[in-house]
Design a protein around this ligand. Structure first.
Ligand code: ADP
Ligand code: MG
Length: 456
């Protein structure tokens, strides 16, 4: 093929693209330790660390991966995946109950005994050193540092909340990294949805004893995106007991969420009051200076250079989500490497043009009309209080788009949709967020609607 592609650079460029287009929070976990291992004029072979990741990419992201590779190489390649242990897992597998006691040297990699579930890993790169602090996240960062220095004593539990891509998971991992560097402790990091699934599974297989043992023997318990406990009564009950057992014996608990404990719909009061009894700290979107500092930091980390005008351009254009900032940066560097051009302002404007089109011109009315037309409904029906399925789903799509595309607050969205309560909106948005991770149909709906929104 001509010119011969540097496999690494090409894959970095692919990831840069995917990161921007995949709003999924778990982007990093799925592409961690993946690599392009072979490329000929028919096939692209992607090396992945486990069968679990392979299946997931095949079933959820195959189309996007294929399209991106084809676009960047201008060839109609077929993408395949192969399990390949690419390097020693960089991530620190969490120590689960029943595994041998942690080795005296906490830095030595411990053997992985259970299949590594992606959500159970701590990203070593997420430390306090790599976290840029500004006014928007100062309280959260400081609280996390306190917890890392003195786990189980002050700020227990620590509850971090804020919007998508603002560094909640990063801070949680930073705590785990710092604590486990200092002393051998049992750390368990889990996404709330996985906790729920595991619990349901334990009930079905009648192994709740094992489940209880596992969760009650932890020193540092990190639960990400706890808002997913909403409405899951059985899991809430179990979580309540786990929480109490750990808390009473002085073990540290850290939770993240996209909203405060009290704002999580249908969360039992005894849980929300417990979640709030330690330290509750918010993370807000970063201001311009902090965004510039973050871009600088990430550029230096990659041993690169960017003109200040490019840094400012990016910081002004991408305002609400640091993952998008990283994605844009990776796309820019990936592109510059592939074309062997300097990442100048002109290159940045060209390469990132699609990120900025339309978005700010899209209005609430336009979202509403576009969604209604897409589903062949009257706007008035979408705004009504009727609860038929054919109406509820489009309505929730509106909520999702108003939240994610227009960055509107929940109450404002509620008003725009015919005077609905903000908790209804929160629920609606999270329903779509969840479905988006599972259903290609929902994904397709959204991408088609977004296309319509952004075209003239
Ligand atoms: P959240 O869990 O809040 O959705 P993450 O913790 O996953 O967000 O952060 C998204 C990305 O942005 C991660 O790659 C993280 O390392 C990075 N990030 C977030 N905040 C900062 C920050 N203050 N400094 C440096 N990187 C950050
Ligand atoms: Mg997160």
């Amino acid at each position: 093929m001509n010119p011969p592609h540097d496999l690494n650079k090409l894959w970095q460029a692919v990831l840069g693209e995917l990161e921007i287009n995949t709003s999924r929070a778990s982007f990093k976990t799925w592409f961690h330790n993946t690599r392009l291992i072979e490329l000929n004029d028919r096939d692209a072979l992607v090396g992945v660390p486990s069968n679990f990741v392979k299946t997931w990419l095949e079933s959820r992201l195959h189309t996007e991966i294929t399209q991106t590779i084809r676009r960047l190489t201008s060839q109609r390649l077929r993408v395949r995946y192969q399990i390949k242990q690419l390097q020693l897992p960089e991530a620190n597998p969490t120590k689960l109950f029943g595994q041998p006691a942690p080795s005296p040297n906490p830095v030595a990699p411990s053997p992985v005994q259970t299949p590594v579930r992606a959500s159970l890993t701590i990203n070593r790169a997420n430390t306090f050193e790599t976290f840029v602090v500004g006014p928007s996240n100062r309280l959260a960062a400081a609280s996390a540092q306190v917890v890392a220095k003195d786990p189980g004593r002050r700020h227990n539990p620590l509850f971090l909340y804020g919007g998508v891509g603002l560094g909640k998971t990063h801070l949680m991992h930073a705590i785990a990294n710092e604590v486990s560097q200092r002393q051998p402790v049992k750390v368990l990091y889990i996404q709330c949805e996985d906790f729920t699934n595991e619990f349901v599974n334990a009930i079905q297989t009648k192994r709740t004893d094992l489940f209880k043992q596992k969760y009650r023997s932890i020193d540092l318990f990190l639960v990400d995106d706890i808002q997913f406990l909403s409405r899951k009564e059985g899991t809430q009950e179990e979580f309540f007991h786990t929480f109490n057992a750990l808390h009473q014996s002085g073990r540290q608990i850290v939770m993240t969420s996209d909203r405060t404990p009290r704002q999580i719909p249908d969360l039992k009061e005894r849980l929300s009051s417990r979640f709030a009894m330690g330290m509750v700290a918010d993370i807000q979107p970063p201001d311009l200076e902090t965004r510039q500092a973050i871009i600088q930091h990430k550029t230096t980390q990659q041993k690169r250079r960017l003109d200040p005008e490019v840094v400012e351009f990016l910081a002004r254009k991408i305002t609400t989500n640091i993952r998008h900032l990283e994605g844009a940066l990776n796309r820019l560097f990936g592109h510059a490497d592939l074309t062997q051009k300097n990442p100048t302002l002109e290159v940045a404007q060209e390469v990132l043009a699609d990120l900025f089109t339309g978005k700010t011109n899209v209005s609430k009315t336009r979202v509403l009309e576009t969604v209604a037309r897409y589903f062949d409904l009257e706007v008035s029906a979408v705004l009504s209080q009727r609860r038929n399925r054919e109406l509820v789903y489009p309505r929730q799509i509106c909520m999702y788009l108003m939240r994610h595309e227009l960055d509107l607050s929940y109450p404002v969205i509620g008003q725009s949709l015919g005077g609905k309560d903000h908790t209804t909106i929160m629920h609606g948005v999270s329903v779509i967020e969840r479905q988006l991770a599972k259903s290609t149909e929902v994904k397709n709906h959204l991408s088609q609607i977004k296309d319509r929104l952004n075209s003239s």
